[in-house]
Design a protein around this ligand. Structure first.
Ligand code: NDP
Length: 281
């Protein structure tokens, strides 16, 4: 596994395993056990995903030392606020069966995010979280946190794939010292991304799959990534991306697939903010 050093010196695996939409607990546990067995050392969950217990069980069953696994979880909107986030943190720890987190994220930029940040900053200073960060923060939101709080977020986890490359937000993160981590690296398979002619022709050249080309493109662009699968062959395939390198020409070709080059980050439409804020866990 290759690692990137976050702005506070913590080492994070460049490739991790995501568990969103693995609602069945035994399926989640099995997938995480498979991923750990294959060699993944970062698991990305969230209170919202309702599978923190299954993740914790899988880590325990793997026999891998706690300090060798990087655990990320996230506080949902109704868990944000100084008191609420402290409570949510303890609940997540209990479910995960651990006494510290590697990375704790504000899942969405709505609600009492600054209160949550104060709670997370305290927990970080007490050594109960190794790094704190944000998710779905636009250029404005992440800049606000980086310059108007006393701890610069270690990471901003955002939707990022060849059809939505987030160049402006990535550059902003980089300038602020915030690592970029891609969620939905495969666009959840939408828009027929696995059938994309350009990606397929590059994949053929390297004898790799489209999924592997996408992950490699992210890794070479200093983008941390957390693909999800419940199929062991795909979990393996997605891990097998450290034995080849895309040429600059191929990276430039993939850069042209971006469909939203002027995007400043996550959409914040009235409908979206209302829908997400109306959802409590
Ligand atoms: P991904 O882009 O990782 O796509 C997952 C889909 O691709 C699944 O349908 C999976 O199918 C399929 N797939 C996986 N590998 C392959 C492969 N090699 N070949 C073909 N198909 C494949 O979507 P996610 O939305 O799950 O994103 C990844 C992770 O990011 C999440 O699990 C979660 O941890 C995080 N996330 C964070 C969000 C946030 O707001 N912070 C929002 C969304 C996700 P199958 O499982 O059947 O194999």
């Amino acid at each position: 596994m290759e690692y990137k050093t976050l702005n506070n010196g913590v080492e994070i695996p460049k490739l991790g395993f995501g568990v969103w939409q693995i609602f069945d607990q035994s399926e989640c546990q099995k997938s995480v056990e498979d991923a750990l067995e294959i060699g993944y050392r970062l698991i990305d969950t969230a209170a919202l995903y309702k599978n923190e217990e299954a993740v914790g069980q899988a880590i325990k069953a793997s026999g891998i030392k706690r300090e060798d696994v990087f655990i990320t979880t996230k506080a949902w909107i109704n868990q944000l606020g100084y008191d609420e986030t402290k409570k949510a943190f303890e609940t997540s720890l209990k479910k995960l069966g651990t006494d510290y987190l590697d990375l704790y994220l504000i899942h969405q930029p709505y609600g009492d995010t600054h209160g949550a940040w104060r709670a997370m900053s305290e927990l970080y200073k007490e050594g109960r979280i190794r790094a704190i960060g944000v998710s779905n923060f636009s250029t404005g939101r992440v800049t606000d946190f980086a310059i108007n709080t006393d701890i610069v977020p270690a990471l901003n986890q955002i939707e990022l794939h060849p059809y939505k490359q987030q160049n402006i937000l990535r550059a902003t993160n980089q300038e602020l010292g915030v690592a970029t981590q891609a969620w939905s690296p495969f666009n959840q398979g939408k828009d027929d991304i696995f059938k994309d002619a350009t990606l397929n022709s590059i994949a053929e050249k390297y004898g790799k799959s489209v999924a592997q080309i996408i992950l490699r493109w992210q890794i070479q662009n200093d983008i941390l990534t957390i693909p999800k699968s419940v199929h062991i062959n795909r979990i393996k395939e997605n891990f097998d991306v450290f034995d080849f390198e895309l040429t600059q020409n191929d990276l430039d070709t993939i850069a042209k697939l971006d469909r939203f080059p002027n995007n400043y980050g996550p959409n914040e439409t009235l409908e979206q903010v209302k829908r997400l804020s109306g959802f409590s866990i």
